[in-house]
Design a binder for this molecule. Structure first.
Ligand code: SF4
Ligand code: FES
Length: 766
């Protein structure tokens, strides 16, 4: 479309014909005050704060709702404009309590700022002000609804972006109230965005409330460490302590949004369980030790075990949230000690196709492209909870008419419209994939197959991947892997996998995968931010493997009872806000960050701990001065490596589905949204909202048909057996669950005695 010319305050500007005045002004950095306008929401034009004078228009016009026209002349500073904006300000303040001194938004309030700029120094309004009762929106969002100016940003966000219509307006005129229709805690996993959107102090952050004033805070950019997106954030600190986290705009990644997990996980940083200093088990008792002694004990323990059993008996497991630098140094230590057994795919059990995988499992398209797909096939994914902001992109695609197909073990209520779904138990997922004719839906369209956590953690994940790859090859669709943690891509690139070095160079003598390291226990382990029974695919094997080992060195954020049972030395590591490093996200974006807060007590950045450990173990090449040096080394290896994907060998017995005993009842071991990693598990507000969102996650959920077959009723107690492991859980009837399957969460203490996240189980009433 041909561009047109307009003038704002005498400046000649070019614009597209469908743009509004405010868009053109924003692009030219000409400020127009606003409350209801937001670039990612629909136009409401209800606050009128953006009124501007336009030549030949008898009245001032709302800049947010007025499209530009060729030759249009706009005046944002004229007397007529200022008079209109001042009048609007008076109206807006009629019922506003003007309680800035006790308002948490004070100092960063759009209303306060504009009242200073456009308000009157005295009020003409002498009547009683209206007051509105507050609402309890749950543990994340505090309300002071008397301050609301009805901009409806929060309402539109829920309807248009989050896809959950939770906030709305009731009553009319002066009696209008904004709130939840049915009084309940906000359920959306991206609810915290309405705190950022609210231009006044009506919606504020409950965990942050009254803890600091904005002018006391230092702001520093960082990257969120919880999902494969790597959302951009600002961390606000006071005196070196993290006070809150807010969204940092990055249109290619998180736009202006943030998931609640990314926004509120900082509340776990100063949990009482946080490990304050290195500790070592000396004569059977845990004792604090200084760093020198800790390194000596760690190096001695590892050396002695290797001397006695050989390097092949040493294994290393790292959290998928470790940084690229931490992964690289850990694998360098392991390979320097002659052990190939390193992995970060803690919850994956079937990786037999690993040599055929790409350089790293990613989305293979940009997020913007995902939002414009015609067809998206979700296989084994509770996308909204796994990757909340990716789900918003899928929702964008669905709103533009994309066909969304879902094959899942639970009929999840997504925030997008699903055109076709198949709900089947995990043990028949593969058969179900071949039964529905997905290829006819995908052909000749811009399409994507997304494999979620329930696929990647599946006992036949390699076959699901193989199916998806074959389908993609025959239809031209793209495959996206929705991987665990913040840095699975970084783990692959840095060589924290048993079959490839940094950069993807294949290793002749492959090591054991994370799962194999549990089923074929080693005599010594290095654990990097791993809570064994909560982070590993098979909780029982993990605890057994680490407990029988002669020596376990753990690098941990927290004191953890199982670690204290099985480890000999535990070193306190810095959290993501206290260290520097790099995360590589699912689109392959390398995002580096620096420490923005003081390290907690005696904790140290894990990359520095590994660097010193490498020196204590006399592994050459550990003289890095900065994490950037490590990153640079990985980057060079990635650029220089001659990576090629091995093609599946159909004669290889591993590429065929192995014989397995028939399963009659299988576990759906989903990791709840706020159980994914140790930081999130220690964030109290997130734990509290999880209960309100999901009910009791320590329950065994099954549908009515399966419950009847097992003679179980809602509220019964049932014994769940998985191999030699068993737990007792309350029964909950949930007809969203596929038949012949039971939803039993992983990553939580009450189910940590069980085995595989997706294994066969038995269940009986007690
Ligand atoms: S609560 Fe805030 S965001 Fe919602 S309508 Fe009121 S002022 Fe706007
Ligand atoms: S910002 Fe234009 S009417 Fe509210």
């Amino acid at each position: 479309m041909a561009e047109i010319e307009i003038e704002i305050n005498g400046c000649k500007l070019t614009a597209k014909p469908n743009q509004t005045i405010i868009e053109v002004a924003d692009a030219a950095q000409i400020y127009i005050p606003r409350f209801c306008y937001h670039k990612h929401l629909s136009i409401a034009a209800n606050c009128r704060m953006c009124l501007v004078e336009v030549e030949k228009s008898p009245k001032t016009l709302p800049a947010c709702a007025t499209p530009v026209a060729s030759g249009m002349k706009v005046f944002t500073q004229s007397a007529k404009t200022i008079e209109a904006q001042r009048a609007i300000m008076q109206f807006l303040l009629i019922n506003h309590p003007l309680d800035c001194p006790i308002c948490d938004q004070g100092g960063e309030c759009e209303l306060q700022d504009l009242a200073m700029g456009y308000g009157s120094s005295h009020s003409h309004y002498n009547e009683c002000k209206r007051a509105v009762y507050d609402q309890d929106l749950g543990p994340l969002i505090a309300t002071d609804m008397t301050r609301c100016i009805y901009c409806t940003r929060c309402v539109r966000f829920g309807e248009e972006v989050a896809g959950m219509r939770e906030m709305g307006g009731t009553y009319r005129g002066e009696h209008t109230e904004i709130g939840t229709f049915v009084k309940h805690a906000i359920q959306s996993e991206v609810s915290g965005n309405i705190i950022d959107l609210c231009p006044v102090g009506a919606l504020t952050s409950k965990p942050y409330r009254f803890t600091a004033r904005p002018w006391e805070l230092d702001q520093a950019p960082s990257i969120s460490p919880h999902d494969c997106l790597g959302s951009n954030i600002y961390v606000h600190t006071r005196y070196g302590k993290v006070m809150r986290v807010i969204a940092k705009e990055n249109q290619a990644i998180n736009q202006t949004w943030l998931s609640d997990r990314d926004r509120f996980s900082y509340t776990g940083l100063y949990h009482p369980d946080r490990l304050e200093e290195p500790i070592a088990k000396i004569d059977g008792n845990w004792q604090p030790v200084d760093w020198q002694q800790a390194f000596e004990l760690a190096a001695q323990g590892l050396r002695e075990t290797i001397a006695e059993y050989g390097a092949d008996k040493l294994g290393a497991l790292a959290s998928p949230n470790a940084t690229l630098e931490e992964f690289y140094l850990l694998q360098k230590i392991m390979r320097g000690l002659d052990s190939p057994h390193i992995d970060h795919r803690l919850r994956e059990t079937d990786v037999q196709d690993q040599v055929t995988m790409p350089l790293f499992p990613g989305l293979n398209m940009s997020l913007a492209e995902l939002a414009t797909c015609d067809v998206i096939v979700l296989i084994g994914s509770h996308l909204q909870k796994e990757q909340p902001l990716v789900a918003l992109r899928v929702r964008q695609a669905a709103l533009q008419g994309a066909t969304i197909v879902v094959i899942n073990p639970v009929d999840y209520a997504f925030n997008f419209k699903v055109a076709l779904k198949k709900i089947v138990a995990p043990h028949v997922l593969l058969e179900a994939l071949t039964e529905i004719n997905i290829s006819s839906i995908l052909t000749n369209k811009k399409s994507c197959i997304l494999l979620g956590a329930l696929s990647l953690h599946h006992p036949h994940a390699s076959h699901i991947r193989n199916f998806a790859q074959t389908l993609a090859r025959s239809t031209g669709a793209s495959i996206g892997y929705m991987t665990d943690g913040a840095n699975t891509a970084g783990g692959w690139l840095a060589g924290a996998i048993p079959h490839r070095q940094a950069g993807g160079t294949a290793i002749h003598h492959q090591g054991l995968s994370a799962y194999e390291q549990l089923t074929k226990p080693r005599q010594a382990y290095i654990l990097l931010n791993v809570e064994p029974e909560l982070d590993c695919a098979h909780a029982k094997h993990a605890v057994a493997a680490f407990t029988q080992a002669k020596f376990v060195l753990a690098l941990s954020l927290y004191r953890h009872p199982i670690l204290q049972t099985c480890a000999q030395v535990i070193l306190p590591i810095a959290a993501f806000t206290e260290t520097s490093g790099t995360y590589v996200n699912v689109t392959g974006e390398w995002q580096s960050f620096t420490g923005v807060a003081e390290a907690f007590r005696a904790s140290r950045p894990a990359w520095k701990i590994l660097r010193v450990l490498g020196n204590f173990l006399n592994v050459p090449g550990f003289d890095y001065e900065h994490s950037d040096n490590v990153k640079q080394e990985v980057k060079e290896k990635v650029e220089q490596a001659h990576f090629s994907v091995a093609h599946p060998d159909s004669s290889n017995p591993h590429s065929k589905q192995q014989e397995r005993p028939p399963i009659v009842l299988s576990r759906i071991g989903e990791i709840p949204i706020y159980a994914t990693d140790s930081l999130v598990r220690h964030a109290e507000p997130l734990q509290n909202i999880q209960d309100k969102m999901e009910g009791d996650i320590a329950s065994a959920r099954l549908n009515t048909k399966t419950a009847n077959q097992l003679q179980l009723r809602d509220g019964d107690k049932a014994r769940i057996k998985q191999g030699h492991a068993e737990v007792v859980l309350p029964v909950k009837i949930d007809d969203r669950i596929a038949s012949d399957a039971v939803w039993i969460a992983g990553g939580i203490a009450p189910t940590a005695e069980l085995g595989d996240l997706m294994g066969a189980i038995e269940m009986m009433k007690i």
